[in-house]
Design a protein around this ligand. Structure first.
Ligand code: PA5
Length: 419
């Protein structure tokens, strides 16, 4: 189970905390009943048949592919990349490459170079099937796949995750006989990592998706009646925003969480940033970023708060070696675990930033494993929904994302988008 605690400092008034918390608790049912609230019950209601097919497909990919090229953008790729990298990367033969998350030709060239002449398959993930970035990448890598294996074998190596009934990718998958998985209608992209959107790549990377779902199920059990600790986190964020703390920095002492931070930023940014409202989600990886952003956080504008993601379990892997001499002045750390030094740095950072006027929130996961990560994902999804409702926005839509697309289509001359 995920724990939450906070030290807000004297400047923050918490008189209306109980009222905010009570309001947040009421929103669990609203999230569950929302047309896009399918993620709320997902850990206890997922399609077991599709889940088994995902495992089967992952097995096939491991048997025939050195690489799986995952093509998708936003909610269609951030979640599975976050999980795979947070857990230390691929654990078997198949390595994951990502494409279709930008329009950079250099990025495409890099993936092509990485593939070399190795065996590969594609997982193309797009609910609409028409998003420009993945659609362009899919054309390019499909052409490579057909050139290497021929039409029939290439079709066997394409896994399409898309709408169950409609859209360009759905229609192509049916026409060509691709193995397909579903992006559920009632789960938006940024809440979809524990569906077919994320699970195929995660399973292909050798990660235990049963344990991931078990962790989410456990966390759901602790939050479903009244939002539990997720409601507390949501209430505190909104109290801070009302007192002009409008930037939240997700802080993490584990570089493996770099992509997790990106997933979290999409989740909160796309859910809350609308109607002229929202907390701007930022992130750091410490202690690395203490040597770049630390100065600003300690002494810059006092409109930010930090949420530390912490791992409770110890990690007894690497110790500071013992030496005869003490030329580097590290004698006082000899024999100490690096994990101990890291956790001490984390505590020191929280104390220093709090003293500098930065409210400190802590989200604590039991360990860095599948179960804990499944729980953490569910915790943030629930917090985000409750927080969005508290803010007075719809946490499940993203109307603003269309603006750049419409202008881009107009400039590119897409039929139907002429001025
Ligand atoms: O979270 C979202 O809804 C978005 O990030 C989408 O996932 C992203 O725009 C990709 O859309 P699609 O899956 O239709 O290609």
């Amino acid at each position: 189970m995920i724990d939450f605690k906070c030290s807000l400092g004297d400047a923050v008034k918490t008189t209306d905390f109980e009222a905010k918390l009570a309001e947040a608790r009421n929103y669990v049912a609203r999230a569950q009943q929302d047309d896009f609230g399918g993620w709320v019950d997902l850990p206890v209601k997922y399609d077991k048949d599709e889940f088994a097919r995902i495992k089967q497909a992952a097995k096939q990919i491991n048997a025939d592919s050195d690489y799986l090229v995952c093509i998708g953008i936003g909610g269609s790729y951030l979640g599975h990349r976050a999980v795979i990298e947070a857990l230390g990367g691929e654990r078997n033969r198949t390595k994951i490459l990502y494409a279709g998350n930008s329009l950079s030709p250099r990025a495409v060239e890099k993936v092509i170079a990485d593939l070399g002449d190795k065996d590969f398959s594609i997982n193309v993930i797009s609910k609409s099937g028409t998003t420009t970035e993945p659609a362009v990448a899919f054309r390019i890598f499909k052409e490579k796949l057909i050139a290497k294996y021929g039409e029939a074998e290439a079709a066997k190596r394409i896994y399409a995750t898309t709408d169950a009934n409609k859209g360009a990718l759905h229609d192509e998958a049916v026409a060509k006989g691709y193995t397909s998985f579903v992006v559920p209608d009632n789960i938006g992209g940024r809440y979809s990592v524990l569906t077919g959107v994320g699970l195929l790549a995660i399973a292909a990377a050798g990660i235990d998706i049963d344990a991931l779902m078990d962790g989410a199920e456990e966390e759901r059990a602790s939050l479903i009646s009244d939002g539990g600790k997720a409601a507390e986190y949501a209430a505190v964020r909104n109290i801070l925003l009302e007192q002009n703390y409008d930037i939240e920095i997700l802080a993490n002492f584990e570089p493996q969480f770099t992509q997790f931070n990106e997933w979290w930023k999409q989740l909160f940014g796309e859910s809350e940033g609308k109607d002229g409202k929202g907390i701007y989600p930022a992130s750091v990886i410490d202690s690395t970023d203490l040597h770049s952003m630390g100065q600003y956080i300690q002494e810059g504008r006092r409109n930010l708060f930090e949420t530390f993601v912490e791992i409770a379990a110890d990690y007894d892997a690497v110790k500071v070696p013992t030496l005869e001499e003490d030329l580097d002045g590290l004698k006082y750390l000899e024999g100490k675990e690096m994990d101990y030094i890291c956790k001490t740095a984390n505590a020191a950072t929280r104390e220093a930033h709090l003293a500098g006027g930065v409210p400190i929130l802590e989200v604590v996961m039991p360990d860095l494993d599948e179960r804990s990560l499944g729980a953490l994902i569910y915790f943030f999804e629930m917090s985000c929904a409750l927080s969005g409702f508290l803010l007075g926005v719809n946490p499940f839509n993203q109307p603003g994302v269309e603006a750049y697309k419409n202008r881009m289509f107009e400039l590119l001359g897409k039929p139907g988008y002429e001025k």
